[in-house]
Write a protein that binds this ligand. Sequence first.
Ligand code: KG4
Ligand code: ZN
Length: 347
Amino acid sequence: MRILGIETSCDETGIAIYDDVQGIMAHRLYSQIAVHADYGGVVPELASRDHVRKTIPLIKEVLADANLCPEDLDGVAYTAGPGLVGALLVGCSIGRSLAYGWDLPAVPVHHMEGHLLAPMLEDNVPEFPFVALLVSGGHTMLVRVDGIGLYKLLGESVDDAAGEAFDKTAKLLGLDYPGGPALSKMAENGDPTRFKFPRPMTNKPGLDFSFSGLKTFAANTVRKELQGNEEEGSYQQTKADIAFAFQDAVIDTLSIKCRRALKECQLKRLVIAGGVSANTELRKSLAAVMDKLGGEVFYPRPEFCTDNGAMIAYAGLQRLKGNIPQDLTFKASPRWPLDSLAAISSK
Ligand code: KG4
Ligand code: ZN
C-alpha cells in the first residue's frame, strides 16, 4: 500500500509518498521561515497563502521524484488538525479534492499522531507500549501509547509549549524566529555555573508542565544582566550563559517528568518527537535517564523531528489500513484532543 501525505498545519509545506514495503519513496519540504522572519513569528494569513502557492507544485515534484502517477497510489493523507485553521484548510481541501479526482480514499491525520509515529520511519522501531514525549512549538505532552490510536494523555503544558518558550526566550536574546535551534547553538558557549533557572512544577507530584514562568525568569535576567550593557565586552558571553541556563532548565524539567512518567507506567521505552526533540542536549539527557533505568529512547532523524510530510503519510497509511469510514466531507480542526482518536491496533 502506498499513500501521499500532505502537511500544511503551520509554517512548513511537507509532502511525501510512503509505501509500507519500500518505506519513504520521496519527500520534499518547503520551509516558510524566510516569509515570517521579519515578523518574529508565524503570520497565519501569510502561511496560508504560501501553502496555496507551494502544495500542488511540491506534490508534482514528489510524484516525479518517486517516478509514480496518481494511479500508483492507494490513498491521500492530509493533516486535518491541530494547527492554524487557514493553513490546515489548504492541505485539507487540496488533499480531499485530489482524492476525489483520483478516486482514492482521503485520510485526515492528527498532526501530533504524525509526530508520535515519526520514529516508526527509522530502522530502530519502538514496540508498544511506550511513553512518548511530544515537544513541539504548539504542544508539550506526555502520552502513554499502547497501540495506534490507543493514547492516554499523562500530562501536558498548562501554558506555553516547550518550543514556544525556546522561541520567545531566543527572541529576548535577539535571535531570529524560530529561535530554538539558534538558542541551542548559543548555549554551547555558555558557562554552566553562572545562572541557575528554576525547574517549574518538578517539586510537586504530577506530569503537567509550565514554561511561561521560565520565560519570564529569562526576561527578568535579560533585563538585569544585559540591558544597558550592550557595549560591554562580556555582552555576548552573558547571552550565551543565559541561553545555557534556560536550555538546561527546560531539558532538566522534561527529563524529570519523563523519568516520573516511565516509573508511573512501569515502562522502559521512551519515544521523543516534535521539533524540540531535535535538540542534541535533550537527547543526551534522556539517553542518560534511560541508561539509568535500563531502558531505551527512540526518536526520528532530525529532519523528521520538525514538521514534515513523511510522518503524515506514515500515520495516514496506518489509519487507511484500519478502514476508517470515508465520505466526501472534510474538516479542519484547529483544536483536536489526541486521546479522542479511534484505536486502530495494539500489539
Ligand atoms: O514540530 P515543529 O516543527 O512544529 C510544530 O508542530 O510546532 O516544532 C517547531 C519548534 C519550534 O519552536 C522550534 O524552535 C523548536 O521546535 N526546535 C528546537 C530545535 N529545533 C526545533 N528547539 C530547541 N532545540 C532545537 N534544536
Ligand atoms: Zn509539528
